[in-house]
Design a protein around this ligand. Structure first.
Ligand code: MN
Length: 716
C-alpha cells in the first residue's frame, strides 16, 4: 500500500525545495474529507488520491499538480466546497481541482465515435491549464489499474471510454507510457480472451526472447562503438495491444507476428542518429518503405526519432528506433515535461513555469506546416472558433464561437427555439444574448405562447437558427398581412353590399384571385395587406363600373385615408417585434422622436400607432394590443416636434432663435408668437428633428440665447 511518505520522498528527489507543508496540508485535508469512504476494493478511499498524486510525482510535475492529485476528488465526492479549497490551497490549486471535477462530470455515449471526437476536442478547448488533463490522466490510470473491482458492465464502458478518449489524449500529449498502459489495460477488459492468449504466448517465448534481445544488443553496441558512437540499446517486447492491432490489420496469427520485439538505440547527438542508421542499414538489410524520419519531420506531439525495420539475424523483421536522450525524454514525458519541476539553473532563461499551453501550441503550429492528426485538434485552441457545451443530459454540442442560448435552443428543435424565453447556464439565468463558453451546461426555458423576435437575427450565430427565425417571421408576416388584407377588403366590400364569405363560397373570389394571377385567396389578401394591391382594384373586378362610381361618391372610407396617410410616413424608422412591413404611424398626441422610449398599439386594420411611453393616451389604450417597438436608428428621418420658448420680448430675438435652430440643422416648419402683458413672448415652433439627441442640441443652444427664460418640448 502506498504511503504518503513515498510521495514526499519522490517529490523531494526532483524538487529539493518543495513546500512540504503544503503537500502535507493537502494530504491531511484529503484524509479528513474522504474519511470513512472506501473503494470497491475495500481499501480506504484515500488510497486513490495518494496513487494519483504518486503518478503525478512520477511525471515529476510541479507541487500544484501533485497537490491537485491529492485533492482531485474532494469537490465531487465529499462535502468540501470551492471556497474551502480556495481558502486553504489558493486559486491555482482550486482552479485545477475544479477543472478535473468538471471533466469527470461529463457523461459520454462511448458508442458514438463523433461524440468521442467532440469530447477530445472539448477537453482541449475547455481546459485552460493542461495540468488538468495530466491529473485526469493519472486518475484514469489508477482507476484502470483497479478496474477489476468494478461490475463487468462498468468495466467495459470505462475501458471503451479509455481507449477512445484517454489513451489517444495521452498520445496527443506525447506521453507514451501512459498511452501504452491505458491501451493495454483497456484491451484487457474489452477482449479478455485475446488479451490473455497473447500474454500467454509472449510469456512462453520469454526465455528465448531474452536471449535474442541480449544478442542483438551486443551486436549493435559493438558495431556502433567501432564508429565511436556511444549508444544505449534497449530491447522490449511489443505492447500487447499493438501486437493485437498488427494481427488484426494484417489478418495474421500470433505466430506470424515476427517483430514481437522492438529495439531502441539511444545516442548523444542528432548527427549520430543518422550515422547509426547508416551503420545499422549496412549491417542488416532494411525493409523497403519502413524508414521514417521523424527528426526531419517531427510528429505533431513533438515526437522525434528515426524509425526503421531491418531483416535481422535469423531473417526476422526487426523494428528499430533511433533517437537522442533528449528525444527519448520528450517521447516519454510529452507535454508533462513542461510542467516538470525544474531547478532554476536548468531553466535556460525561459520562464518555464509560466509556459502556457497556448504558447506551446503556437510553437507546434509554427514547426509543423504539414497537416497531421494532432494539429487538427489543436487548431481548436489556436483558432478558438468553436465552443462545446452540454445539454442537461450531458451530451456535447458544438457551436461556433459567439453562439447564444437561442442557437442552442434551435439546435434541439425549432419549436424549442421559437418558444425560448430564457436560459440557464450552470443553473443561473443568463440573457438570451449570452455568449456560450466551452464547458457551459445549458438549460433552455420555454413558454408555450412565446414567439421569436426579429432582433434575435442580430445575435444568433448558427445558420440553422437564422433560417428558422426567418422562416417564422415570414410566416407570421404573411399571416398578419392576410388578416389585414382581409379586413381592408371586408370594409371596402361593405360599401358595395358585398359579403366576403359569400364571395368565397360562390367561387367569385377564386376567380378574382385568378385574375390577379395568384394561387389562393390568401395570397391575394396578403398582397392587399402589404399594400401591393388595393381593395378598390379588387372591388373593380366584382362590381360593374356604374356601381363603382356610385360607391366612390360616398364618403371615402376612413380606412383608405389612413392608409394613404400612413404610406407617406417613414415607417422603416421603427422596428416591431418580429414583424416587417407593418403599417406604422406616429401618434400626433406625443410625436415620438428617435431616442424617446416608445411603445406601439395595434389598431386593427390600421397598423401600429407609436406613442412615447409616458404619453397619457398610452394608459387609455388596451394593454392587450400593446406591442414592443424600438427605433431603427439606421434610418434617418425627421420628425415634427413642437418647442415652446418663453423669452423677454426684445428686438431681434426671433431672428436669434431661428438662426440658432437652423444652425443646428433643424428646419422650422411653423412658428407662432404671442406677447404677454408683462413684456414676455411665448413662441411655439414646429421643428423637424432627427432624434432625441438632435432635439437636446437644439434646446441647449436656444437656452444660451440672451433673454430666453424657458425652452420646452410640447407633448400634447
Ligand atoms: Mn479520482
Amino acid at each position: 500500500m502506498i504511503r504518503f511518505n513515498d510521495i514526499l520522498e519522490q517529490v523531494t528527489a526532483y524538487n529539493p525545495q518543495v513546500d512540504l507543508d503544503f503537500l502535507k496540508k493537502a494530504y491531511i485535508f484529503s484524509a479528513k474529507v474522504h474519511k470513512g469512504q472506501v473503494r470497491l476494493s475495500g481499501e480506504p478511499y484515500l488510497i486513490h488520491p495518494l496513487e494519483v498524486a504518486n503518478i503525478l510525482a512520477r511525471l515529476r510535475l510541479d507541487t500544484a499538480s501533485v497537490v491537485t492529485g491529492l485533492l482531485h476528488d474532494t469537490l465531487e465526492d465529499t462535502f468540501a466546497s470551492l471556497e474551502e479549497l480556495r481558502e486553504n490551497f489558493g486559486e491555482e490549486v482550486t482552479q485545477l481541482v475544479d477543472g478535473v471535477t468538471k471533466i469527470s462530470k461529463i457523461t459520454l455515449k462511448t458508442s458514438e465515435e463523433d461524440q468521442a471526437e467532440n469530447f477530445r476536442k472539448m477537453i482541449l478547448a475547455m481546459v485552460k491549464d493542461i495540468r488538468v488533463i495530466l491529473v485526469k490522466l493519472a486518475d484514469r490510470i489508477h482507476n484502470m489499474r483497479t478496474l477489476k473491482y468494478q461490475l463487468p458492465s462498468k468495466q467495459k464502458t470505462t475501458a471503451q471510454e479509455t481507449l477512445e478518449i484517454y489513451s489517444p489524449l495521452a498520445n496527443r500529449l506525447g506521453i507514451e507510457w501512459i498511452k501504452k498502459e491505458l491501451e493495454d489495460l483497456s484491451f484487457r477488459y474489452l477482449h479478455p480472451d485475446i488479451y490473455t492468449d497473447i500474454q500467454r504466448r509472449i510469456a512462453k517465448k520469454e526465455k528465448e526472447r531474452e536471449r535474442y534481445i541480449e544478442e542483438v544488443k551486443r551486436i549493435i553496441t559493438k558495431k556502433l562503438f567501432e564508429y565511436k558512437i556511444e549508444a544505449e540499446v534497449m530491447g522490449r517486447p511489443k505492447q500487447i495491444y499493438s501486437i493485437y492491432k498488427k494481427m488484426n490489420a494484417q489478418d495474421i496469427d500470433f505466430d506470424q507476428v515476427y517483430d514481437l520485439t522492438a529495439f531502441r538505440v539511444i545516442v548523444n547527438t542528432v548527427k549520430q542518429c543518422y550515422e547509426a542508421l547508416g551503420i545499422l542499414h549496412s549491417l542488416w538489410k532494411p525493409v523497403p518503405g519502413k524508414f521514417k524520419d521523424y527528426i526531419g519531420l517531427p510528429k505533431a506531439n513533438r515526437y522525434k526519432s528515426l524509425h526503421t525495420a531491418v531483416i535481422g539475424l535469423y531473417g526476422e523483421r526487426m523494428e528499430i528506433q533511433i533517437r537522442t536522450s533528449d528525444m527519448h525524454q520528450v517521447a516519454e514525458e510529452g507535454i508533462a515535461a513542461h510542467w516538470k519541476y525544474k531547478e532554476e539553473k536548468f531553466t535556460e532563461g525561459e520562464d518555464d513555469k509560466r509556459i502556457t499551453w497556448l504558447r506551446q501550441l503556437l510553437e507546434w503550429q509554427r514547426e509543423l506546416q504539414d497537416n497531421s492528426e494532432f494539429l487538427e485538434t489543436v487548431k481548436m485552441d489556436l483558432y478558438p472558433n468553436d465552443v462545446y457545451v452540454f445539454t442537461p443530459k450531458g451530451e456535447v454540442k458544438e457551436f461556433p464561437r459567439g453562439a447564444t442560448p437561442i442557437d442552442f435552443a434551435y439546435s434541439i428543435h425549432s419549436d424549442v427555439g421559437h418558444r425560448c424565453i430564457g436560459a440557464k447556464v450552470g443553473g443561473r439565468l443568463v440573457p438570451l444574448k449570452y455568449q456560450l463558453k466551452s464547458g457551459d451546461s445549458v438549460e433552455i426555458l420555454t413558454s408555450p405562447n412565446h414567439k421569436p423576435s426579429k432582433d434575435w437575427l442580430k445575435f444568433v450565430k448558427t445558420s440553422r437558427a437564422k433560417t428558422k427565425i426567418r422562416q417564422w417571421i415570414k410566416k407570421e408576416q404573411r399571416e398578419r398581412s392576410i388578416a389585414l388584407g382581409r379586413e381592408i377588403c371586408e370594409k371596402e366590400f361593405r360599401r358595395f353590399s358585398l359579403n366576403f364569405a359569400k364571395l368565397v363560397k360562390s367561387g367569385k373570389m377564386e376567380k378574382v384571385t385568378d385574375d390577379f394571377g395568384f394561387q389562393a385567396v390568401d395570397d391575394l389578401m396578403a398582397s392587399v395587406g402589404y399594400g401591393k394591391i388595393s381593395s378598390k382594384q379588387i372591388v373593380g373586378k366584382l362590381v360593374p363600373p356604374e356601381e363603382l362610381e356610385a360607391g366612390d361618391k360616398k364618403k371615402e372610407s376612413r380606412i383608405e385615408k389612413i392608409i394613404q396617410l400612413v404610406q407617406k410616413k417613414p415607417q422603416d424608422a421603427i422596428k416591431i417585434q418580429g414583424v416587417d412591413d407593418m403599417m406604422v404611424r406616429f401618434a400626433s398626441c406625443c410625436n415620438p422622436l428617435p431616442g424617446d422610449r416608445i411603445t406601439g398599439f395595434i389598431t386593427r386594420g390600421r397598423g401600429i400607432t407609436i406613442h412615447t411611453v409616458d404619453c397619457s393616451n398610452v394608459l387609455n389604450n388596451d394593454p392587450q394590443r400593446k406591442v414592443k417597438v424600438e427605433w431603427d436608428l439606421r434610418h434617418k428621418h425627421t420628425h415634427p416636434v413642437r418647442i415652446r420658448v418663453i423669452c423677454t420680448d426684445r428686438k431681434g430675438l426671433l431672428a436669434d432663435i431661428s438662426s440658432s435652430i437652423t444652425s443646428n440643422e433643424a428646419n422650422i416648419t411653423n412658428a407662432q408668437l404671442n406677447t404677454t402683458q408683462d413684456k414676455r413672448a411665448i413662441c411655439t415652433f414646429a421643428v423637424e428633428i432627427k432624434d432625441l439627441n438632435h432635439l437636446r442640441k437644439v434646446i441647449a443652444s436656444l437656452e444660451k440665447i440672451k433673454g430666453i427664460v424657458t425652452v420646452e418640448r410640447l407633448k400634447i
